[in-house]
Structures are given as C-alpha cells and as structure tokens.
Design a protein around this ligand. Structure first.
Ligand SMILES: [Zn+2]
Ligand SMILES: [Zn+2]
Length: 360
C-alpha cells in the first residue's frame, strides 16, 4: 500500500515557514532599535542649555547582522529536523495497528475502523493514534486510542455552578448544534458549528517578499557569514589558548620561586627566628616518607610567663610565616603543648603538581 502523507510537505513549505520566522524576528529588532532617540548633554553656558538637541540613532545593523547570519547558519538543519518530525508523524499514523476485537456497546457487533488521527502532544514521543470505530449494523460510533484506551471528551463545566454539564449533538446538513445543559442549576447553552464556513484567510503580508530579500541571506551572503564566523571562532580559540599559557607561565614562575628545602635547610631557616621568639632546642624526629614527607618537631618554650594558649598561637604564627615561601607546611592538626614542650608536624612537598597546589 502506498504511504499517505498528511504531515510531511515539500521542502519549500518549510523553507518559507523558516523565512517567515526570520522576517518576523528581524522586523522586531529593526522596529525597536532603528530609531532610538536620545538627548546628548552638551556643556555650555546657561543660555545654550535651553536649546535641546535630539539625536536619532540606529543601533539595529549590528544585532541584525548576527541574527541574519545565525538564522542562515541554522536553516538547513532546522528544516531537516522539522521534516524528520513530520515524516515520523506520518509513519506513526500509517504504521500503528488499530486495537482488535472492538464490539459495539449497543448491539455487540464487531465495530470497524472508519478514520484515524494522530493526537499530537508537547512531547513528540507521547503522540498517539486515535481510531474512530463504527458499528456496521447500528451505526454507533466510538473513539479508541492505539493502546485500547477509550476516547473521552474533555469535561465541560457549568459557568454558573461549576458542575459538569451534559451535552447533546444534533446534525442538520453541515451544521452541528451542541446543547450543553446543567442538571444542577438548569443553565443551558447552545453552540453551532458550521462545516461549510471557511476559516478566515490569513492576512496578506505585502512586504514579505521585499523583507525576505533584506533579512534572509542568499547562499553567497550566508557562506560569507559562516566563513567569518569560523574565522572569528578560530581567533577566539587561539586567544583562549594563549591566555591559558600565560596563566600557566605565571604559575610556573611562582613554583620556581618556592624555596625547596631539605630537613637540614628547614632547621637552619627556623632556628634563628624561633630563638628570637624564645622557642629553643628545635628538634626533628620520625620522618614519615610516603608521596611526600611528614616530620615531627619539638621545641621548648623558654619564656617563663607565657601561658599555654599564647605559646601555641605564637609558635604557629612564627612557623607559618617563616615557611610561607618554602615547600613546607604546618600540618592541619596544629601545635600541642605540654609542660613547656611544643610539638607538631610539618609536611614537605617534592613534586611539581603538589607545589602548584600550594600556590593555588
Ligand atoms: Zn451496534
Ligand atoms: Zn449549573
């Protein structure tokens, strides 16, 4: 059987539609940006102040250039997507089998499919085919979805008491009259639907072709835009790479400035300042060597009137300040104090990555 196309249309249809959106968008931009009025402030004496100058400026060309270009850039792909969607709808409508063995609720005869229709949802994957069944003997009709679920009209509520109303359809020729009646309050409404009445024609857009030429780029113009866009992106990528390199260079320069000390060097660095702060007899013990080195230290507080708390805080401050520019750090547990002996641990870093982490 030959496939029937209800949704899929020739490509020119989509191209026209796409251009229509482009024209609308560009007209909007042009309207809002092309005639901006502003009053420049002019310095001068009081007399000249009374003379107001109004300037009209047109800011539209730059955003228009980008919008026209981007619309061109995305056109082919958008049209392809639209056509795929519509082709999918046609295939779904064509290939979905109707539910089987539907019997007439009045006379129990097997009903026949007379029509089918695709119900389109916001989520395209949830579209369902609705089949119209008719009883060949008593002509009763019934709508059933592809999964067997029965079709129900959306309930209509009474505008007066908000109860669901009953409805009754009558057809005379090509006129369908629906009467809504509320069984609670007796409210009644009539609605007539004339099948012969034509939909009001879409308003003509006399400037469309003219504006289409202005806003929808030709193949040549479009390709020029795409080429300049590619060039621009290339430049901005290069710029980013260069910035990244600069950033790394700064980082490596800082790493180079870190004083890398061994344990003996560390002791030489710390001893004089600790002495100055009245902490004496710095000693290291138990180095723990893993990825980096952790080492315990002890020092004695030589200042008699210094309390436990002050002693700890001052020592921490001296150590931290002294090793700031080295590859050593005081470990997070800080410093302990017992009977004038302070202890703690220092961690030394050796490899480049760890040193970078000390900086950032
Ligand atoms: Zn029947
Ligand atoms: Zn009512």
């Amino acid at each position: 059987m030959e496939m029937t196309y209800k949704y899929l249309k020739p490509e020119s249809h989509y191209s026209d539609l796409y251009d229509r959106f482009t024209v609308e968008e560009c007209r909007r931009i042009e309207k809002s940006l092309s005639k901006l009025e502003y009053k420049p402030k002019i310095k001068g004496n009081k007399k000249s102040k009374k003379k107001e100058i109004k300037v009209t400026i047109n800011l539209a060309p730059i955003p228009l250039y980008a919008i026209k270009g981007e619309r061109y850039f995305k056109k082919a792909e958008t049209i392809k997507e639209w056509m795929e969607r519509d082709r999918g709808r046609d295939e779904k409508l064509e290939n979905t089998p109707p539910p089987q063995n539907i019997s007439c609720p009045s006379c129990d005869s097997e009903m026949e499919v007379t029509m089918k229709d695709l119900r389109i949802e916001l989520d395209e994957s949830k579209n369902r085919v609705l089949f119209s069944f008719e009883c060949p003997s008593c002509k009763k009709r019934k709508g059933i979805y592809e999964n067997g679920e029965g079709w129900k009209p959306a309930p209509v509520m009474c505008p007066k008491c908000n109860n669901e109303v009953e409805r009754d359809h009558k057809r005379k020729g090509n006129k369908i009259t629906t009467i809504y009646k509320c069984s609670e309050c007796g409210h009644k409404e009539k609605e007539v639907w004339d099948l012969d009445k034509k939909e009001p024609k879409e308003k003509l857009d006399p400037d469309f072709e003219k504006d289409r030429k202005r806003f929808c780029l030709s193949e040549k113009e479009g390709q020029e835009y795409v080429a300049s866009k590619v060039k621009l992106e290339h430049i901005s990528k290069m710029l980013d790479e260069w910035k990244e390199k600069q950033k790394n260079k700064e980082l490596y320069d800082k790493v180079k400035k870190i004083k890398k000390l061994n344990i003996a060097g560390l002791k030489k660095l710390l001893t004089p300042t600790l002495d100055k702060g009245n902490y004496i007899k710095l000693e290291f013990s138990k180095p723990e060597i893993k990825k980096d080195i952790a080492i315990e230290f002890t020092v004695q507080d030589d200042k008699a009137d210094r309390g436990k708390h002050d002693s700890r805080i001052q020592l921490q401050r001296i150590i931290k300040k002294n090793i700031e520019n080295t590859n050593w750090r005081l470990m997070s547990e800080g410093v302990n104090y017992r009977l004038g002996i302070l202890s703690g641990r220092l961690r030394g870093y050796d490899n480049k990555e760890d040193l970078i982490r000390l900086i950032i």
